[in-house]
Design a binder for this molecule. Sequence first.
Ligand SMILES: C[S@@+](CC[C@H](N)C(=O)[O-])C[C@H]1O[C@@H](n2cnc3c(N)ncnc32)[C@H](O)[C@@H]1O
Length: 226
Amino acid sequence: MGIFSRQKSFRSHTPFIPQGNQFEVNMWETSEFVSKKLLPVVSYHPFPLSELVFMVAALVYTRPDYLFEWGTHVGKSARIWYETARAFDLPTQIVTVDLPPDVEHVEQPGQRRGELIRHLSSITQLLGDGVTTSLAYARDYSVVRPFFFLDGDHEYASVLRELKAIHKRYPHAPLIVHDTFYQDDASGYNCGPHRAIKDFLTSHLDYRHMETALGLPGMTLLLPKL
Ligand SMILES: C[S@@+](CC[C@H](N)C(=O)[O-])C[C@H]1O[C@@H](n2cnc3c(N)ncnc32)[C@H](O)[C@@H]1O
């Protein structure tokens, strides 16, 4: 059983219902969707194949009513969520947030913000701080079963703040953090998201976590224990 309900199948395929209680999706269906439908639209950068499959599997399994994500940047991840929800008939509304253009940030997208989703009117695009804006929207729209995708500022303190804010309001919400690949200090990588999750989980034991762990950039799914 998924967190919120059973998954539906990809288009015309036979519905897939896991018999056990652990996370499971039909990997042939997700692979077919990623290779035939998703890759031609979003390519494998910045999200490699393993992460595309991971994102699709998480959304299909959890079937949230809303997917909140930040930051939007050019709109790759928002497009991935949108295409997945459409292909698998999920009841998921997509809300994506990025910083206003006058806020300086090393990855500020400027004029390119949302260019892959500009024509998709069903995706809600907002400006502001990701977690603050998303939670305000969730309150205003009485959101019950959200999923969060954290891909904004990758500093330790920012990610930890976002995780705590989400948990306080929605302790049963699944979430994915991007850029979580861990390598030791000699690598010089930004290990902020990885450390933030590790510290968060020491005081929040009510999550299982799954990750893509072969190389950069890396993705971690936190799934509340039932
Ligand atoms: C790595 S990019 C995100 C890539 C994007 N998810 C995609 O698929 O194209 C990081 C983005 O987060 C935005 N950002 C940074 N801090 C933020 C915050 N506190 N709230 C919302 N967006 C933020 C940046 O402006 C930038 O566009």
